[in-house]
Design a protein around this ligand. Structure first.
Ligand code: NG1
Length: 485
């Protein structure tokens, strides 16, 4: 992670079979840039989306996750100008062009608009440059071209903020390592309003061809692990999960519930934990570390510890949820303190699901370890698939971030021979991920089953383009890079 963001040629980034199409895509980005701004861009760069193989809704509790970068990515081409404006343009007409005024002292996130993700990258890069006394902000002309489906759980937003942050830094003559860009881009989405963990940005920046990535947090670290001979197929449920709009009842609520569960556990176990997670509260991992005092000596011991944390949660928390009064009581604080500490962003709920969420976190953290252990030893696809299926069951029943359409896609996939099928990323709709042996006929059978039993049944009027973009077979791709054309 300590090398500078690389410059790569197209054939180092994309698979051979995609190259012809990709070359046309880049030609289109350059000609769109010329049409819009009257000249060529100075620099072209890209950052990929990601699919998470296993380990969801645990990164913000500091537990390791297992994503891989995918080929669909966001490309940005830019040129610096001596104006006080960022001129943002998107090749997709659904996203209207916009000029952002740079003359104000600091940029502010505005009402919901795609450009907010650029502004978030700009704010974070600007703060970093100020801290390094490297302040040289310029005007920018930027053309964006995205192939990561938005609001689908494949991290289009992370790919976007990684590109935006890198543009502002590079235009200001600041070079960054992969580690620095990972750490900076993790801060971006908080500005837009989602208290996100760091999985997506870590995967986007550090992606490596043919490798999945074990991402650890606190401190952040990425260990590439070669995937065995297998196929990974992604299918979009086409249920659009608007993470920002639904954050108070979905994503941000999960972060708050886990944080409250951590504080309650710390109180119960009589341990001190730092209040330093993404919302300034304790993490469930910090409680585990404080409870066991010394690091586990082996994966087996770590797995046992996680099992015993699960058992403690199951005894401590009521299974049908807690009122604010019960939660405050469990944490040993008043209801006012509970709200002031854990509910600084707006939340919508009837009861707090401390039991379900905390048991999921410890169980899913365990599955990630088992997945990693299996991959690093015998790499049996059936075992990996089984862990993915168990993860899906936990999403469905404990995190409650699956939905009937996602369940349906997983059931169709299992019937068609998938070894493991689950919702990926934040969920609440979005994409599913499926593991198969590397066998073209099996992959074709699966894709046909999705088309016949899902898309043509639930979306009979689906157009060809949407259908082809909804099913992605992707090898692990490389991460953020400047592109040598
Ligand atoms: P996606 O699927 O990109 O919305 C979100 C978070 C991750 C992680 C997953 C759930 C952001 C940018 N990303 O991913 O950090 O928490 O949900 O595992 O919010």
């Amino acid at each position: 992670m300590d090398e500078l963001i690389p410059t790569r040629k197209l054939d180092e980034i994309y698979s051979a079979s995609a190259l012809n199409r990709i070359k046309k895509r880049y030609e289109n980005v350059i000609s769109s840039f010329k049409r819009q701004f009257g000249h060529e861009p100075d620099v072209v760069l890209r950052s990929p989306g990601r699919v998470n193989l296993i380990g969801d809704h645990i990164d913000y509790m500091d537990y390791s996750v297992f994503p891989m970068a995918i080929e669909p990515d966001i490309i940005m081409a830019y040129r610096t100008t001596d104006t006080d404006t960022i001129e943002l343009f998107n090749t997709d007409p659904e996203f209207d062009a916009i000029n952002i005024d740079l003359s104000a002292e600091t940029l502010q996130i505005g009402p919901p608009h795609w450009s907010n993700y650029f502004i978030a990258g700009h704010i974070v890069a600007h703060q970093y440059m100020t801290s390094k006394n490297a302040l040289k902000l310029t005007g920018l002309q930027v053309c964006v071209d995205g192939e990561v489906p938005a609001r689908s759980g494949l991290s289009s937003s992370a790919a976007f903020v990684c590109c935006a942050c890198l543009i502002v830094l590079t235009a200001g003559n600041v070079s960054v390592t992969k580690r620095q860009l990972t750490e900076l881009s993790i801060q971006c989405e908080k500005h837009v309003g989602v208290n996100s963990g760091g999985m997506d940005q870590a995967a986007s920046v550090n992606g490596l061809k043919d490798h999945a990535l074990l991402v650890d947090f606190h401190p952040i670290n990425v260990t590439p692990v070669k995937l065995p001979d297998c196929a990974v197929v992604i299918a979009h449920s086409l249920v659009v999960a608007d993470k920002l709009e639904s954050a108070p009842r979905n994503y941000n609520l999960r972060v708050a519930e886990d944080s409250i569960a951590a504080a309650a556990l710390a109180h119960h176990l009589n341990v001190d934990v730092p209040y330093d997670n993404i919302i300034g509260c304790p993490s469930l991992r910090a409680v585990e570390l404080a409870h066991f005092k010394t690091p586990a000596k082996s994966t087996e011991e770590q797995i046992q510890r996680l099992t015993s944390m699960e058992e403690i949660c199951a005894k401590l928390f009521p299974q049908d949820g807690c009122t604010d009064e019960q939660a405050a009581n469990l944490c040993g604080i008043s209801v006012d303190q509970l709200r002031a500490t854990f509910m600084r962003s707006k939340l919508e709920y009837t009861t707090l699901s401390l039991y379900k969420r905390s048991v999921h976190v410890y169980a899913e953290a365990k599955r990630v370890l088992q997945f990693f252990q299996e991959l690093s030893t015998t790499a049996r696809l059936e075992v990996l698939g089984q862990l993915m299926d168990e993860s899906q069951e936990s999403s469905r029943t404990m995190v409650c971030n699956s939905c009937p359409e996602v369940d349906q896609l997983c059931a169709i996939a299992k019937e068609a021979g998938s070894l493991g099928s689950r919702v990926t990323g934040a969920g609440f709709g979005g994409c599913t991920v499926h593991l198969l042996p590397n066998d073209d006929s099996l992959v074709e059978k699966l894709i046909k089953a999705f088309k016949d039993k899902y898309y043509s049944v639930y979306y009979p009027n689906i157009d060809k383009k949407t259908l082809s973009e909804s099913i992605i077979e992707s090898r692990p791709s490389s991460g953020t890079a400047f592109v040598a054309l």
